[in-house]
Design a protein around this ligand. Structure first.
Ligand code: NDP
Ligand code: ZN
Length: 352
């Protein structure tokens, strides 16, 4: 089979590999929709998880099951499925401890395009198929379904990590596809003011439709000044970080009220450390919490979030600004994600 791979840090290309083997609890799928992720960019061009040789990229897919193992109960060949980007081992101790995404070690529930070949391929392997696949709901838009792999669950995890409560004033730093879903999640959880930080107009417009009350353009002034002014010097109750650089935490800590929480889902691709400003952290006594997390994966989460699409509460298909056809399209889609033209939110590849 052919797949589009990271050849080494900084280099991508097409590779030929054997079709993966199906273990007793596994499934082999072929993709019917795919999307590249900003994480693929960090992985290849920043070398954020270290070097990989000829590793097939991609972790966002809708698939069709081609084969299942003898112990798989709920899926069979021909089923169309939602595929979670994070595919934990659900019988691991880490999963029993509530952190399935770290099953097998820190971040090790993230297997596609990290510990094994990803989904930008004619076929891909899914471990623990009953735990990690979900049936594609009848009639669901394939773009929306593909966003259930990663963009929706990650954006929503930002809101979970920040523990958004009704009435909270919230800043969402970064409104690419992930941050836009965090805006939607914060609105659903009852946030009052949502200050959405970004500069691409197309993202700002969608943020307002998804529930943001104010757009803060970080290129037109310091976000701390802009948000402090809007909150009359009070700051915000919660911050979701879905973009920015290593200095973003200093800004987030500064705009956060005592007792507040920062929920980070941004993948810090570069640098040795981040700095937290001492005084703004209350000299260590400000009750300001910083949490960061890999999104939880798995079937139940896919099903719960799919309901929000089915009931019209969220519209992740609106993230898709560019559509390609055929597996070959992943190469161009990935390069778009790398270059981030200003009319891009998220590309989609349909395997017709
Ligand atoms: P994008 O690059 O599309 O969006 C990033 C956002 O951050 C944009 O709105 C951008 O603004 C904004 N931004 C950039 N620099 C700054 C800055 N200095 N200050 C404030 N805002 C800034 O990324 P995605 O939405 O695709 O992904 C977001 C992050 O989430 C990535 O790091 C990705 O790897 C990570 N991720 C994490 C996952 C997890 O499980 N935790 C899973 C999936 C992704 P603009 O472009 O408008 O100028
Ligand atoms: Zn991703």
């Amino acid at each position: 089979m052919k797949g589009f791979a990271m050849l080494k840090i900084g280099a991508t290309g097409w590779v030929e590999k054997e079709i993966p083997q199906c273990g007793p609890m596994d499934a082999i799928c072929r993709p019917i929709a795919l999307a590249p992720c900003t994480s693929d960019i960090h992985t290849v061009w920043a070398g954020a998880i270290g070097d990989r040789k000829d590793m097939i990229l991609g972790h966002e897919a809708v698939g069709e099951v081609v084969e299942v193992g003898s112990l798989v109960r709920d899926f069979k060949a021909g089923d169309r499925v939602l595929v979670s980007a994070i595919t934990p081992d659900w019988n691991s101790l880490q999963a029993q401890n509530g952190y399935a995404m770290h099953s097998g070690g820190m971040l090790a529930g993230w297997k596609f395009s990290n510990f094994k070949d990803g989904v930008f391929s004619e076929y891909f392997h899914v471990n623990d198929a009953d735990g990690n696949l979900a049936h594609l709901p009848e009639g669901m838009d394939l773009g929306a379904a593909c966003m259930l792999s990663d963009m929706v669950p990650t954006g929503f995890h930002g809101a979970e990590l920040a523990d958004i409560d009704f009435g909270d004033n919230v800043a969402v730093i970064g409104i690419g596809p992930v941050g836009l879903m965090s805006v939607a999640a914060a609105a659903i959880r009852g946030a009052a003011n949502i200050y959405a930080v970004g500069s691409r107009k197309i993202c700002a417009d969608l943020a307002l439709e998804f529930g943001a009350t104010d757009i803060i353009n970080y290129r037109q002034g310091n976000i701390v000044d802009q948000i402090m002014e809007k909150t009359h010097g009070e700051g915000v109750d919660k911050v979701i970080v879905a973009g920015g650089d290593n200095d973003t935490f200093a800004r987030a800590m500064t705009i956060l009220k005592p007792g507040g929480i920062i929920g980070n889902v941004n993948y810090l691709g570069e640098g040795e450390s981040i700095s937290i400003p001492r005084v703004q952290w209350g000299c260590g006594m400000g009750h300001k919490t910083l949490r960061g997390g890999l999104m939880p994966g798995g079937r139940r989460r896919s099903q719960m979030l799919a309901r929000l699409i089915q009931t019209g509460r969220i519209h992740p298909e609106r993230l898709i600004t560019h559509t390609f056809h055929g597996l070959e399209g992943v190469e161009q889609a990935l390069m778009l994600m790398k270059d981030k033209p200003r009319d891009l939110i998220k590309p989609l590849v349909l395997i017709d």
